[in-house]
Design a protein around this ligand. Structure first.
Ligand SMILES: Cc1cc2nc3c(=O)[nH]c(=O)nc-3n(C[C@H](O)[C@H](O)[C@H](O)COP(=O)(O)OP(=O)(O)OC[C@H]3O[C@@H](n4cnc5c(N)ncnc54)[C@H](O)[C@@H]3O)c2cc1C
Ligand SMILES: *[C@@H]1O[C@H](CO)[C@@H](O)[C@H](O)[C@H]1NC(C)=O
Ligand SMILES: *[C@@H]1O[C@H](CO)[C@@H](O)[C@H](O)[C@H]1NC(C)=O
Ligand SMILES: *[C@@H]1O[C@H](CO)[C@@H](O)[C@H](O)[C@H]1NC(C)=O
Ligand SMILES: *[C@@H]1O[C@H](CO)[C@@H](O)[C@H](O)[C@H]1NC(C)=O
Ligand SMILES: *[C@@H]1O[C@H](CO)[C@@H](O)[C@H](O)[C@H]1NC(C)=O
Ligand SMILES: *[C@@H]1O[C@H](CO)[C@@H](O)[C@H](O)[C@H]1NC(C)=O
Length: 590
């Protein structure tokens, strides 16, 4: 990982004489991620793993409790019912970006953490199933299943999540085969703790299975139906996969994505628009006796030196402040070159990338996150809020498969106007394209779908606009409004959720289940309601800079810094904050 960033910095130093001025020697104590919750006498503050909610305001609760068994978990809910407190379940990880986990406030809410509720993983060989406590981490679950001779077929690419948290937000990997890439479609049983009458002890545990009418509501429930205590997943006999990345041109993504997803069980595509490059992941199961013990240790999730992270951030910030798109293109080229050289983090023998294909066990090739376990004192995940490292937005849009081709065509038109406008996302991971299959979950996808993710710079200061932010805003609005894409529940800026309930045909059935299980909405808060119901909030000066609104007037952008509310370049209905330099009347981005 370090060598990757050194390469990146070399690219920056070609264009900037001095790229950072921080003293090199500092006392740094960062290793494994910090706890998301901090309590003192006046209450508890919850943060996400990036150390910044969409609106940058803290989430606070009265207190927190750490059950270790299912009965303690039930008692915690029972006590909250008796004291008339609102509840939010939090995890050790808190990796979700929107404020779904935010409690109502200091006066009346309790956090229940699953951090210490993670001891039980039971494997049922005969029925090909595993049942885990909801606080179990994804890596621990995968390792236990693989040790017993089985594999989980679907999981997200990032392992720093709990099984309860990830199914709640519809987390996914990539596949149109079998039950598909979304983990909740492999869930075959759930236990959920809900408020109950006095005679039932104020809280009861429901054991739901496929035939239960509440099951499709509970599979993806954003934490608002109740506290999930156990998750039962289907498993398959252990298998291996063989992966090849084809770095090629991006000429016909819109014509081939469907065939690509049908041909390879774990297909994905990464598009680097500024570089006219797309990377096709050819990824299929192979017989268990195929030789190879490869791992996928994705570059972006490897631990890297804190010093390097700080420098990269300082360099990125400098390019931002100088509005230096060309500089971003140089670093994007370095990034892509390095990924090609290292197979994105694939390692044939667990240590080095020596060439394609890379064959390895499912448990080591689907999901990664080695930065979580940094043992060196001076390394951490690149976005760790304690180190002044990367800070970024993440937009994730889920399209009906049939509409995706036209979206790609529109983004291509936007790109062709000025390719260098796209270098900012290519410094991260370009546009990652993945596949998920139609689901019965009410808040899952009703049809076979295509998901895109893209990351981009976020300033540490809410009132600072970003280079090319009009471009990302136009892509966002194309996705969510022109093409009606749905926002991933665990990612995105607030505007992406506008009108979200109309995009789910079974939304009303979800709400009916919520009213049945939690009639007093004790598991909801103002914050989770804003996301679930996609409420439009009041506009204020600068609100569009952070994606808290879509601009309607210049003051929603930053006229004082030269960013005005303008229409989109390809999608005229879009309203975006675009920079125009004070000396010229024409816009600067095109
Ligand atoms: C670096 C990174 C990479 C990622 N990659 C992917 C990816 O490849 N694919 C993908 O789909 N997603 C991805 N994500 C998103 C991630 O999968 C989700 O944010 C996931 O929900 C995080 O799980 P968590 O355990 O941190 O849950 P949290 O964020 O802590 O919780 C999620 C929600 O569930 C609720 N909750 C949690 N546990 C319970 C419970 N037991 N009972 C009731 N409610 C509960 C919380 O209150 C909250 O509302 C990524 C995130 C990061 C940071
Ligand atoms: C408690 O923590 C909150 C939030 O971090 C902080 O604002 C407050 O000052 C702290 N109070 C005390 C008494 O330390
Ligand atoms: C929080 O809970 C702990 C443990 O149950 C208790 O000792 C403490 O007094 C509580 N704090 C508040 C502010 O209620
Ligand atoms: C919390 O309670 C205090 C004292 O009862 C009250 O002044 C305050 O307005 C309440 N805050 C909220 C957010 O309800
Ligand atoms: C990579 O993709 C290109 C374009 O689709 C194709 O022509 C080429 O054969 C592929 N290479 C490999 C190794 O499959
Ligand atoms: C990518 O294609 C565009 C035209 O579509 C062209 O202007 C540009 O130079 C190409 N860029 C690269 C890096 O090949
Ligand atoms: C793998 O096992 C199958 C039978 O299960 C056998 O036909 C094949 O030759 C084996 N392949 C290797 C590479 O050992």
């Amino acid at each position: 990982m370090d060598s990757f960033w050194i390469w990146w910095i070399l690219a920056v130093t070609q264009i900037l004489p001095i790229f950072y001025s921080n003293p090199l020697i500092q006392t740094i104590h960062a290793k494994t991620p910090q706890s998301p919750v901090e309590c003192n006498q006046s209450g508890c503050t919850l943060q996400n793993s990036y150390g910044g909610w969409g609106d940058r305001k803290d989430c606070v609760a009265l207190n927190i409790t750490y059950p270790t068994t299912e009965e303690e978990f039930r008692l915690a809910v029972s006590q909250a019912v008796q004291k008339n407190l609102k509840v939010k379940v939090v995890t050790k990880f808190s990796h979700t970006i929107p404020k779904l986990a935010c409690p109502e406030g200091k006066n009346n809410s309790l956090l229940i953490s699953t951090e210490k509720y993670d001891s039980s993983i039971q494997i049922d060989d005969a029925n090909l199933a595993v049942t885990a406590d909801s606080g179990v981490g994804l890596r621990a679950l995968i390792d236990a299943v693989e040790d017993a001779g089985f594999s989980l077929v679907a999981s997200p690419y990032w392992e720093g999540v709990s099984i309860g948290g990830l199914i709640n937000t519809g987390a996914h990997g990539s596949s149109w085969w079998g039950k598909g890439g979304a983990v909740h479609d492999h869930v075959i049983g759930l236990s959920i703790i809900v408020p109950a009458s006095e005679s039932e002890g104020y809280a009861r545990i429901l054991r739901l299975e496929a035939q239960d009418p509440l099951f499709n509501a509970a599979k993806v429930s954003l934490g608002v139906l109740g506290a999930i205590s156990k998750v039962k997943l289907s498993i398959e006999p252990r298998f291996k996969r063989s992966i090849t990345y084809n770095f090629t041109d991006d000429a016909n993504i819109e014509d081939v994505y469907t065939d690509h997803a049908k041909k390879y069980e774990f297909a994905d595509i990464t598009w680097y628009p500024s570089k006219n490059t797309s990377v096709y992941r050819y990824d299929s199961r192979v017989p268990l006796n195929t030789s190879g013990d490869g791992v996928y240790d994705f570059i972006g999730f490897q631990g890297n030196s804190i010093l390097i992270s700080k420098s990269v951030r300082a360099a990125e910030k400098m390019l931002e402040n100088a509005k230096n798109a060309k500089g971003k293109c140089l670093t994007a080229a370095a990034t892509l070159g390095f990924k090609k050289l290292t197979g994105n983090g694939l390692k044939n023998n667990g240590l080095l990338f020596t060439g394609y294909p890379v064959v390895g066990y499912q448990g080591k090739i689907q999901t990664s996150g080695s930065c979580l376990y940094s043992t060196r004192f001076d390394t951490a995940c690149a976005w760790d809020p304690r180190i002044d490292g990367l800070f970024f937005y993440e937009s994730t849009a889920i399209f009906l498969a049939s509409k995706f081709g036209d979206f790609i065509r529109d983004v291509r038109k936007l790109r062709d106007l000025k390719p260098e406008n796209f270098c900012g996302i290519d410094n991260y991971n370009g546009i990652l394209i993945r596949f998920i299959k139609a689901s019965d979950a009410y808040l899952g996808q009703s049809e076979d779908s295509v998901v895109i993710d893209f990351n981009y710079y976020r300033s540490k200061d809410a009132s600072t606009p970003r280079l090319n932010q009009d471009v990302w805003e136009e892509v966002e609005q194309l996705a969510f409004f022109k093409y009606g894409a749905k926002p991933h529940w665990a990612k995105n800026r607030k505007l992406a959720f506008l009108g979200v309930q109309k995009k789910y045909p079974k939304f009303d059935q979800f709400i009916a289940a919520k009213q049945q299980l939690d009639p007093k909405s004790m598991f909801s808060s103002t914050w989770s309601d804003e996301i679930l119901y996609g409420k439009e909030s009041e506009k204020f000066d600068g609100c569009a800079l952070e994606g808290l609104c879509i601009c309607a007037e210049d003051k929603h952008c930053s006229p004082q810094l030269g960013y005005y509310c303008k229409e989109g370049l390809i999608y005229k209905e879009a309203r975006v904050c675009r920079y125009s330099s004070p000396s010229k009347t024409i816009t600067s981005t095109v």
